[in-house]
Design a protein around this ligand. Structure first.
Ligand code: PLP
Length: 453
């Protein structure tokens, strides 16, 4: 065992990981990255089919981003944005406001996505208190949706398996239907969606009492559960409902922003303007941690009064080095037309994955842009699902290790039904899609035989 492996086993607490399994099995240790690929301690190359964790938009090994960080550290390594400003935070806030739709012009920085979601909830509550509607504190989000792990964000998260032991969570976080058209009992047998999933939001608002509901938190395209794309008209209906009852619409863009769907923000892709957008991950392509909220002028207005304060802050929110990296990242995305690359190639990416439908355990292939998911089923015709024990064996016992062995890092997850999630760097093209297609064909075919015998 190498020294590094020994130290990792003894001292590193990997997130969402079975530490016990790593007492037996080797911990994969990544040493470097280049473009769409990463290399481990043995020098083996893997296609990073998940951009780390939906993060590394411009790819690995981009010196420009390290250089931007070094320049900023030398200039001003840290200063808080608590009552002060510094150039990187100011310039980035202005740049994000410029990219954001409508009147979303004010940026509140955090260090990551959970804090952004948490902050958006607090802002919604503080906003309603400021305008004389102090009863509005509840929030609505969707089944199986993932919005982070801190107590507030975890309350908004709709994944029972990661919430149970932490209960009681923050009260007032209500769940509604998601847009799982493949399994929707209302419309999966019809040609189109009935939008009952959107109307569910209205029913919940009425049931709770509109004067108690502060905000609706939705991702443009829901990640957890496997790439639930919004049906046509969904977002327009949701916007109408929120407006009708004076509820804020929060678009959780932690995954979908910065080109993942071929646009700067998911709202642009699906034609809506929210009141607040949360972002993190891709804003820096992961070269430094950063997250935040982009907020509508209307929500900011009460806080512009003389003595009003949004009573909330985070030491490292708007860290100058992270903001400088974000600016350099946005420069790269613009100069290399990264969004254009996604727009031009997303069709071929989809086509490569759709070809896998002949493999018996492939139930559905869906998603958008450079975010795709494959739902695995026991029976294609009946959509019969695997039991949770089977799903565990399929994902953790067979598919994950086999795909990794074949040189593909991606996500095999069963927060809902078992799905494989693919979200390569936004600079990926035909070569990467071909490799993803061939690894998946081998691994899924082998898994079919193993599961059917
Ligand atoms: N919101 C969404 C939609 C996410 O996908 C995630 C993380 O994957 C989060 C929030 C939480 O972000 P973080 O892990 O940076 O706290």
């Amino acid at each position: 065992m190498t020294d590094l492996q020994h130290k990792a086993r003894r001292h590193l607490w990997m997130h969402f990981s079975q530490l016990g399994a790593f007492q037996r099995d080797e911990i994969p240790i990544m040493t470097r990255g280049e473009g769409c690929y990463v290399f481990d301690q043995h020098g083996r190359r893997y296609l990073d089919g998940l951009s780390g964790l939906f993060v590394v938009q411009v790819g690995h090994g981009r010196r420009e981003l390290g250089e931007a960080a070094a320049r900023q550290s030398a200039e001003l390594g840290f200063f808080p944005v608590w009552g002060y400003g510094h150039e990187p935070a100011i310039e980035l806030a202005a740049r994000l406001a410029h990219l954001a739709p409508g009147d979303l012009n004010r940026v509140f920085f955090t260090t990551g996505g959970s804090e952004a979601v948490e902050s958006a909830w607090k802002l919604a509550v503080a906003y309603f208190a400021a305008i004389g509607q102090p009863r509005r504190h509840k929030v609505i989000s969707r089944y199986i949706a993932y919005h982070g792990t801190t107590f507030g964000a975890l309350s908004i998260t709709g994944v029972p398996s990661i919430k149970g032991i932490y209960e009681p969570l923050v009260p007032g976080a209500i769940k509604v239907a998601n847009t799982d058209r493949y399994r929707c009992i209302d419309c999966s047998h019809l040609d189109g969606c009935t939008l009952r999933c959107a109307d569910d939001i209205e029913q919940r608002i009425l049931m709770e009492g509109p004067d108690t509901v502060a905000a609706v938190f939705l991702e443009p395209l829901q990640n957890s559960g496997g790439g639930f794309k919004p049906p046509a008209g969904y977002w327009q209906r949701v916007r109408e409902i929120c407006d009708r009852y004076g509820v804020l619409l929060v678009s959780d863009e932690v995954i979908c922003a910065f080109g993942r769907l071929g646009t700067w923000f998911g709202g642009e892709r699906y034609g809506y303007v929210p009141d607040i957008m949360t972002f993190a991950k891709g804003v820096t392509s992961g070269y430094a941690p950063l997250g935040g909220l982009i907020v509508s002028d209307r929500i900011v207005a009460p806080f512009l009064e003389d003595t009003k304060v949004f009573l909330h802050g985070i030491t490292f929110g708007g860290h100058p080095v992270s903001c400088a990296v974000a600016l350099a990242n946005l420069d790269l995305m613009e100069s290399e037309d990264v969004l254009g690359n996604v727009q031009r190639n997303m069709g071929s990416f989809d086509a490569v994955l759709q070809e896998l439908r002949d493999i018996p355990i492939v139930g559905d292939v869906r998603g958008d842009g450079y975010y795709r998911a494959i739902e695995l089923v026991r029976d294609q015709k009946t959509k019969a699902a695997f039991t949770s024990a089977e799903s565990d064996r399929l994902l953790r016992g067979i598919l994950s290790p086999r795909m990794f062995e074949l040189g593909l890092y991606c996500r095999a997850d069963d927060r809902g039904e078992p799905v494989i999630t693919l979200a390569p760097a936004l600079i990926a093209g035909e070569e990467e899609f071909a490799m993803i297609g061939s690894v998946l064909r081998s691994a899924l075919s082998e898994a079919t035989s193993a599961m059917h015998h």
